[in-house]
Design a protein around this ligand. Structure first.
Ligand code: MN
Length: 331
């Protein structure tokens, strides 16, 4: 451990130091960044003698990411345990309504809310907020917090945080990769992060249903005549027919963005009947957050999401028209 940066607001550390029972929560449809912060914070707070309670409504973690739950060794807290917390740390979650807790923050009436996040669109819903839209990941921020609290970065903590940074930067390959994210990655490896095993689990461990779904996303990919808009779809039948669920959809939008010339990539998925989820990605310097916000969504400048009611065909028609107009306006 070499570098320390005095970047964490003192209120963040003060809120954690003052707490006893701490609820740890991320966003619905948890990804590796979300599980990384929950797991690393859980292990770190135990070192400090706190009683962390992880919020994770049953069944919300997909198969591929179960290893992170095992690594952090947590069982989801009960409603009673969550309600007894005096601090709620919401991480990687841009809006209060995206918090992955049954009953949302009202389920924790006595808890002060600490909001730690790297989404530019974060609504600052905490009593204490540390939001930095230029950070690669929430894991990078929680690393700074744990260092500021003098937590020992064990191999398990390092692995959890590395997984989140790796995933949110697509292996340190996206525009959110900064010198600091590489430096934190370096320090996590020095602390014993299991890089090869983790990245194999994240990127090279599809089971047959997940691989089948990839084939569907490839087959359904379309590109606009000018080559700047790409999209794909997977409807309810295709997802469940492959043996997958709504939780298994997220990174497949990378297939669409990988096409040369595509500036906006969208994946439309119907994990739950009539609810069309959209994953938006901006490529080659074109941000898509404003586009996602046209449909009530949110996220990052270059990666965002939204959900609309309807059929896949209706939503695709409406959203691709808006996306084409958006590209014409912005480029
Ligand atoms: Mn994230």
């Amino acid at each position: 451990m070499t570098s320390t940066q005095n970047v964490v607001p003192s209120e963040v550390c003060d809120a954690i130091r003052a707490a006893t029972k701490v609820a740890l929560m991320g966003h619905v449809t948890p990804d590796a960044d979300c599980l990384g912060v929950i797991g690393a914070m859980k292990l770190g707070l135990e070192q400090l003698g706190k009683q962390p309670v992880c919020a994770m409504p049953a069944g919300s973690v997909n198969r591929k990411l179960q290893f992170m739950v095992a690594l952090a060794d947590f069982t989801p807290g009960t409603a009673e345990q969550l309600a007894a917390c005096d601090l709620a740390v919401a991480m990687d979650t841009a809006k209060e309504k995206r918090v992955n807790v049954d009953g949302k923050l009202e389920a924790l009436p006595d808890a002060k809310v600490l909001n730690i996040d790297h989404h530019a669109s974060n609504t600052q819903y905490g009593a204490v907020n540390w939001v930095e839209g230029t950070r690669s990941s929430s894991c990078e921020m929680v690393y700074e917090v744990l260092r500021a609290l003098d937590v020992e970065i064990t191999p398990a903590i390092a692995t959890l945080l590395y997984a989140g940074i790796h995933n949110d930067t697509q292996g340190f390959s996206l525009s959110n990769t900064t010198g600091r994210s590489l430096q934190v990655g370096h320090e996590l490896i020095e602390a014993g992060a299991a890089v090869e095993d983790t990245c194999e689990r994240l990127n090279r461990s599809y089971n047959q249903p997940e691989f089948q779904l990839l084939k569907t996303v490839y087959a359904n990919t379309r590109v606009s005549d000018d080559g700047r808009l790409g999209w794909s779809t997977c409807n309810h039948q295709e997802i469940h027919g492959a043996g997958c669920t709504a939780e298994d959809i997220d990174d497949q939008v990378e297939i669409v963005r990988s096409i040369e010339g595509v500036r906006v990539a969208i994946l439309f998925s119907e994990g739950n009947p009539g609810k069309i989820r959209m994953n938006f990605r901006g490529e080659r310097g074109l941000p898509i957050l404003e586009l996602a916000q046209q449909f009530g969504g949110g996220g990052h400048n270059m990666a965002a999401g939204a959900i609309l009611d309807g059929t896949v065909a209706d939503v695709v028609g409406k959203v691709t028209a808006a996306a084409a107009a958006y590209i014409a306006q912005k480029t």
